[in-house]
Design a protein around this ligand. Structure first.
Ligand SMILES: Cc1cc2nc3c(=O)[nH]c(=O)nc-3n(C[C@H](O)[C@H](O)[C@H](O)COP(=O)(O)O)c2cc1C
Length: 372
């Protein structure tokens, strides 16, 4: 491309300017903690910590017993210590800790709460968000419509929306047989979601899933997106809290190694993209291990309204214990479970582990990509 814009336009959400229109996607469990979020915020993007299992992770780091509220508060506060814009990703599927995480983040002054893995229908009703932007993640215009309608009850309109296509890492917002459909390619989802966002008053759209280069970002900005959210590229940075083995597995991964796990899959019930050589995925395929759910983050309410049911406790034919597998991939409770490595499809293009600054310089077009 010859007409490359070297400076990307800034992104404005809820009156705050994010100098570089790149949101680093929240990555649980324990991959996007404050060191990554803080570095991205410092470089002008939006740094996002993941709330998944955060009480346990922060407790390990600090030696202090913390609940989910306190852990979200602590991690968001630390992410903002070197300036810039920082927030938190709170998965709706983690029902038991959802509200406490939202409250902790708002009270800590998070610039944004990004919430997906289910439709966060009640998010604006939990607490007055004050300056915190509320940003749902959707995979269709219909989902955005449903959320906007529900949020009207609270007199609240999403401050932005993340549109995540099927090439993303983590959980996918598509049924397993819809992941590869042409109509679900991010480029094809974009138009209807843009129309819906305009209908509700020009809600800024952040696209996610398979964005890799500076040119990709420009392509979507020219299509009418206001920004991008990227996960996998930040996974293999020095500041990411994934283990060295995880980062090496990303560097080694080839196209054919990246698969969508389903039966056995995530107890959240959504397809989940993994590196097929992940030790836990190999064992789960061969039914070598019984799921050992002793954490209880992905819990559903029982008949008495108590959070006791985890699908992975019920069937290891259908589900694997995602909490323990992902905790292990961040270096925690490795004696309990083997690591499970989740990535986006573009992990096969990553050939080195680089500092956030180098990555941001490449993505903003300040310097050309270098070979590791
Ligand atoms: C290791 C990893 C963990 C992730 N964890 C979460 C998560 O906890 N919550 C969430 O909403 N999205 C999660 N995602 C999705 C990212 O936030 C992001 O939207 C997605 O990865 C974008 O696609 P890309 O990886 O192709 O850039 C995760 C992605 C990765 C790679």
């Amino acid at each position: 491309m010859t007409d490359q814009i070297s400076t990307l336009p800034s992104l404005v959400i809820k009156g705050k300017t994010i100098r570089v229109p790149i949101i680093q996607g929240g990555m649980g469990v324990g991959v996007s903690l404050y060191p990554l979020a803080r570095a991205v915020a410092r470089e002008g993007g939006a740094g996002i910590v993941s709330s998944a299992c955060l009480d346990r992770l922060v407790e390990k780091r600090t030696g202090k017993k913390l609940n989910s509220y306190e852990a979200a508060y602590e991690e968001v506060s630390l992410s903002k210590t070197e300036g810039g814009i920082a927030g938190i990703n709170i998965m709706f599927a983690l029902q038991r800790d959802y509200e406490a995480s939202v409250r902790g983040a708002i009270d800590a002054g998070a610039d944004m709460i990004i919430s997906g893995a289910g439709l966060p229908m009640g998010l604006p009703g939990i607490q007055d968000p004050k300056d915190t932007a509320l940003i749902p993640i959707v995979s269709s215009a219909r989902a955005l419509d449903l959320i906007c309608k529900k949020w009207e009850r609270f007199g609240y309109r999403p401050d932005a929306v993340v549109l995540e296509g099927p090439l993303a890492g983590g959980h996918l917002g598509f049924k397993i047989d819809q992941v590869d459909l042409e109509e679900n390619r991010l480029e094809n989802l974009f138009g209807p979601v843009k129309d819906m966002a305009m209908k509700y008053g020009d809600i800024p759209i952040i696209v996610a899933g398979g964005i890799y280069t500076h040119e990709d970002i420009i392509k979507y900005i020219r299509m009418g997106a206001q920004g991008v959210q990227m996960g996998t590229r930040f996974l293999a940075t020095i500041e990411s809290s994934a283990t060295e083995d995880y980062k090496k597995a990303v560097v080694m991964a080839q196209d054919e190694d990246i698969v969508v796990a389903h039966r056995p899959g995530s107890p959240c019930g959504l397809p989940f993209r993994v590196i097929k050589q992940s030790p836990m995925y190999v064992s789960a395929q061969q039914r070598l291990r019984k799921p050992k759910c002793d954490k209880g983050y992905v819990l559903l309410k029982d008949a008495e309204g108590k959070f006791t049911r985890c699908p992975a406790k019920v069937s290891n034919e259908e589900f694997f214990c995602i909490c323990n597998g992902l905790l292990s991939s961040a270096g925690y409770n490795t004696d309990v479970e083997e690591p499970l490595y989740t990535v986006g499809t573009n992990a096969s293009r990553i050939d080195g582990i680089i500092p956030v600054k180098t990555l941001m310089d490449e993505l903003t077009g300040t310097v050309s990509p270098t070979k590791a």
